[in-house]
Design a protein around this ligand. Structure first.
Ligand code: HEC
Length: 146
């Protein structure tokens, strides 16, 4: 009984945290804004990657931001926003599980990258950075319209 209650409140918490109450146009604006901010982080991280400055405080900070922004972007993909014109390919809505999985992988990989950067683990951070770029690209190939 106690377990069920805890589970229920967790589920409710998750539902409330989602951006389901926004109107559909705002959801689209919300996710696009988060993606644009992600792009900005990469503009800072790319030159750091080239100069191998993986253990700088700035690197860890922006890796963490990417993970948080990934969560925000994900929240903006509400079911109601399907009808709004955007750059999301219609096949995304038919492959929701795969898309959610990719978003989650992005969120996890970037969180790990922040940790690994903080721990001064340069080699691992470099690998995770490559995985991050790969994650942006492959998802766009599948689900973003040009
Ligand atoms: C799991 C899928 C996925 C991942 C990961 C992802 N994107 Fe996207 N991105 C999308 C989709 C879908 C759109 C189209 C959003 C829309 O218009 O509805 C998009 C749109 C964008 C846009 C255009 C926003 C606008 O102004 O309309 C930018 C910029 C962008 N992504 C950058 C990035 C960057 C940088 C990364 C990695 C750091 C990234 N994305 C990772 C799926 C993804």
């Amino acid at each position: 009984m106690k377990k069920t209650l805890v589970l229920m409140s967790l589920l409710l918490g998750v539902t409330c945290a989602k951006a389901d109450n926004m109107n559909p146009e705002d959801s689209v604006e919300y996710r696009q804004s988060a993606f644009r901010l992600m792009s900005f982080q990469l503009n800072v991280l790319n030159p750091m990657h080239r100069s191998q400055a993986y253990s700088e405080e700035e690197f860890a900070y922006r890796a963490d931001l990417l993970s948080r922004l990934g969560r925000l972007a994900h929240e903006g993909f509400t079911d109601a926003s399907r009808q709004v014109d955007s750059r999301t390919a219609s096949r995304m809505w038919d492959n929701r599980e795969d898309f959610d999985q990719r978003m989650q992988t992005f969120i996890d990989v970037t969180a790990q990258m922040a940790q690994s950067s903080e721990a001064g683990n340069d080699r691992q951070t470099r690998d995770l950075f490559r995985q991050t770029l790969q994650s942006c690209r492959s998802c766009h190939d599948q689900y973003r319209l040009d």
